[in-house]
Design a protein around this ligand. Sequence first.
Ligand SMILES: NC(=O)c1ccc[n+]([C@@H]2O[C@H](COP(=O)([O-])OP(=O)(O)OC[C@H]3O[C@@H](n4cnc5c(N)ncnc54)[C@H](OP(=O)(O)O)[C@@H]3O)[C@@H](O)[C@H]2O)c1
Length: 297
Amino acid sequence: MGFFGSNAAVRFRQHGIIPILSSSAPERYPEPQRRTVAHANILYRASIEACLQQYTPDAILHAAAFSAPLACEKEPDIAYSINVVGTQNVMALAADYGIPFVFTSTDLVFNGEKNVLRDGYYSEADEPDAHIVYGKTKIAAERSIQEQSFGRWIILRTALMFGRRVAWANGFPQFAVDLLKSGKPTTLFTDQFRTPAYIPDIAEVIVHLLRAQRFGEIYHCGGSERINRTDFVQRYCTVAGVDTSEIIACTMDDVPNYTTRVRDVSLNSEKLRHSLAQFSWQMTPYEKAFQEMLEGD
Ligand SMILES: NC(=O)c1ccc[n+]([C@@H]2O[C@H](COP(=O)([O-])OP(=O)(O)OC[C@H]3O[C@@H](n4cnc5c(N)ncnc54)[C@H](OP(=O)(O)O)[C@@H]3O)[C@@H](O)[C@H]2O)c1
């Protein structure tokens, strides 16, 4: 029921799929959404199992996480419990019940030090080597999945995600846009590069991979361009008609004690493109995606 799940659910419905969104605390959500949220706390197998027995899903999309890199640095034990033990719990039950399992991993399994313009964007052949806690927990979770004898899993390493505003979750680029609209100075990095991915496109990928039964593989899922955060927010604001004069563009070195320093984790999504060639899948160009997002706001 986070930022990704809430956005992805819209695209799943367009495919005739009925998504069951879950939360460790459904009472936290506003009406009317609260009534449709299933309860499942991934820290407890009994809680997940009760949910599976109630809803008997055809597939599990495991997107629950302690997902904020800075919070993971501050609370590594919680990050490990939710991101590693939680994933092991969901995966074990998927295996017990024989349900296909998709795990949303991240480009931050890489440390970002590769010279991607010279040596190519990060592909599945690159060895994960995160320096930050969040990335390390995602690597450990991926390894747990790969070590299982149950083979019907897919690991999707997605880039920074963007999508429509979700009232109950922090989303990108909305956090920056809200700051700008409030007239507050908004500090954004110019030296952090990603290949941001539009959530409806990621949802589309998941539908295709599951239907084609492309199991037992890791796939990279990046967006249509490599871009830094400042330029991305500026381009969104141009489409949205938001004044960007209060953006303070800076580098990571300008922020003292910045702990989640990751320079460039641009993803190479060729394997995915090749695997989905029959569906002519491609990422929506950013400006087109921004228009769609604004129509939905
Ligand atoms: N956002 C990005 O840019 C990005 C990029 C790459 C990969 N990812 C990955 O994509 C996935 C989704 O990210 P997101 O941005 O949607 O994150 P999010 O908005 O923080 O959502 C994560 C969800 O996990 C749930 N959760 C946390 N602890 C739980 C527990 N013990 N039991 C059950 N649910 C729990 C939370 O719901 P409750 O608090 O209601 O339980 C929350 O809604 C994550 O795996 C993340 O690592 C995200």
